[in-house]
Design a protein around this ligand. Structure first.
Ligand code: ADP
Length: 305
């Protein structure tokens, strides 16, 4: 198991930031850690990376007990904190050399430090920017510098706290692609409050609200659990009770003028079944439209007040 978090609780003064949080992650998964602001995402990431201690619970990363042995665990973790703290007056390559010396990465890699820095620069797409000052770079490229610093010691697990916040749409796509690429070799846990991001990048999503895990599912499972909503207009009157014979029906809503909104479990496309139903009842369907409830709406439903 790459990450194993069990029953983590954390309270700041009187405020409970995490309440019995448990989850685990296999090697090579990209996990989206999703929740509204204040849900407890950063707190959990700081605990996972050994920067703060929980009140109770256990955390293992790459089979190392983070609470008992944070330094050993940090050797296997790459961490990009929220707001990506960088020394903006430094040149990109100079900054990475500085990070490499501070963290003594020569002990952790099987190539020279110089080679490793060039490898990371290439991996995150900074080759043309490597001799520029960090403050001359766009926000997207600054994020790449943060990511390069996070992977310098060749960690097995990457923890990225809101890596795409504040990026423009192009930069966002580039950083997402980069996260996916890194996810091919590493376990990646990244936090976001954007559902589309999770859909685009992750194998799995953990949704957290007010310090409690609400959902921990693969994206495939989550998409399967979506509902199909069909809006249908008949040419005559239908009673709600008649819909009861339709399999997988969750609810029916009368919108007036023989128009209905029917919600189904999304195990199969229900439109053909609805045509059969209309034929059997000898009524005509004048109009029919179908939509799947998006993950975005599921997220809003779960996390809104
Ligand atoms: P998220 O990353 O999901 O936005 P955080 O983990 O930053 O959430 O915060 C969770 C809750 O804990 C919030 O209500 C926040 O105000 C509170 N909190 C976070 N850090 C501290 C701190 N150092 N002292 C007091 N309260 C904090």
């Amino acid at each position: 198991m790459s990450i194993q978090v069990t029953s983590i609780c954390k309270t700041y003064n009187t405020q409970k930031a995490l309440n019995q949080v448990s989850f685990s992650a296999d090697k090579g998964q990209v996990i989206g850690f999703l929740g509204p602001n204040g849900a407890g995402k950063s707190t959990l990431m700081k605990i996972l990376t050994g920067f703060i201690k929980p009140d109770s619970g256990t955390v293992f990363v790459d089979e190392i007990n983070v609470l008992q042995n944070p330094t050993a665990a940090q050797k296997t973790i790459g961490y990009l904190p929220e707001h990506n703290p960088l020394y903006s007056d430094m040149y990109v390559r100079e900054y990475l050399q500085f990070q490499a010396s501070v963290y003594q990465i020569s002990e952790l890699i099987d190539v020279t430090v110089k080679e490793q820095i060039e490898k990371c620069i290439t991996k995150v797409g900074l080759t043309l920017e490597a001799d520029k000052k960090i403050n001359q770079l766009s926000k997207g490229y600054q994020q790449r510098v943060g990511l390069a610093a996070a992977i310098l010691h060749n960690p097995k697990v990457l923890i990225l706290d809101e890596p795409t916040t504040g990026l423009d749409p192009n930069q966002l796509l580039e950083i997402r692609t980069l996260i996916q690429t890194l996810g091919k070799e590493k376990t990646v846990l990244f936090s976001t409050h954007i559902m589309q991001e999770v859909e685009a990048v992750c194998d799995r999503v953990i949704i957290i609200k007010k310090g409690v895990v609400l959902i921990d599912k693969t994206l495939v499972e989550l998409q399967k659990n979506h509902q199909q909503i069909i809006k249908v207009i008949f040419n005559g009157k239908v009673n709600a009770s008649q819909f009861q014979q339709l399999e997988l029906l969750v609810s029916s809503k009368d919108l007036g003028n023989n128009t209905w909104e029917l919600t189904f479990e999304n195990e199969e496309d229900m439109r053909p079944k609805l045509f059969d139903f209309a034929q059997e009842k000898n009524i005509t369907i004048l109009e029919l439209s179908s939509e799947n409830k998006t993950l975005e709406s599921l997220f809003t439903e779960l996390t809104s007040h």
